[in-house]
Design a protein around this ligand. Structure first.
Ligand code: AMP
Length: 217
């Protein structure tokens, strides 16, 4: 059955990793508003992204509306980083109704302290994009890419002051949406401190159970 999967969770919770796995293994396209915005040639948008604040609802909603109208979204899609505000969640309800697809929200739950460590340690190779973490996955030599022998870099919005803005923005504008999905019985929660494959196994189990329930309903 066609479906919309909404991956919820604070920045750094691992939504992107899981969305990519769902895309690869279940064939539902990943729609990452963060990636789409980064790919736009728009200096003002990149400045706002680097600050840790949100891009205006109008811009993001128009982008999602257009992307989800593509043929590859006919059987459903996985949203990563959307909705982030009440206005976006309302738009998504209308879209789901118009497309005739049920929506499942899944929270990848990670405590704030763990998130801060993940951000503080995240380093990226400017040549190949490989991601390291000084705490959890250090390179063989200090701050050098194992493959390219170049200095690793930190994403502008991963710096501690920016991370705090991103976490505050999440608490204020996005976390209230969890209640909204919970009240309508559409929120599932997975422990996001597990290894990526263990998280994925839980996601797949949730999605399979839901599909079985809908079939027998
Ligand atoms: P992400 O890659 O999901 O962590 O997003 C990085 C940045 O892109 C965010 O901090 C925002 O500035 C912007 N962004 C991504 N998705 C949205 C959204 N749904 N609404 C507003 N801004 C967004």
């Amino acid at each position: 059955m066609s479906k919309i999967i909404v991956l919820m969770g604070a920045p750094g919770a691992g939504k992107g990793t899981q969305a990519r796995l769902i895309q690869e293994r279940l064939g539902l396209p990943q729609i990452s508003t963060g990636d789409m915005l980064r790919a736009l040639a728009a200096e003002d948008i990149h400045t706002t992204q680097a600050s840790g604040k949100l891009i205006s609802d109008d811009v993001v909603i128009a982008m999602v509306r257009q992307r989800t109208a593509s043929a590859d979204c006919r059987n459903g899609y996985v949203l990563d980083g959307f909705p982030r505000t009440t206005a976006q969640a309302e738009m998504l309800e209308e879209l789901a109704a118009a497309q005739g697809m049920p929506l499942t929200a899944i929270l990848i739950d990670v405590p704030t302290e763990v998130l801060k460590e993940r951000f503080a340690g995240r380093r990226i190779c400017p040549v190949c994009g490989e991601t390291y973490n000084t705490y959890f996955r250090p390179p063989h030599s200090d701050n050098l890419c194992d493959l390219h022998n170049v200095q690793l870099e930190q994403r502008a919005d991963d710096r501690l002051d920016r991370v705090q803005v991103r976490l505050d923005t999440y608490e204020k504008q996005t976390a209230p949406l969890l209640d909204y999905y919970k009240r309508s019985g559409r929120l599932k929660i997975v422990d996001g401190t597990q290894a990526p494959e263990a998280i994925y196994a839980e996601l797949e189990r949730i999605l399979t159970e839901e599909a079985d329930c809908r079939r027998t309903a």
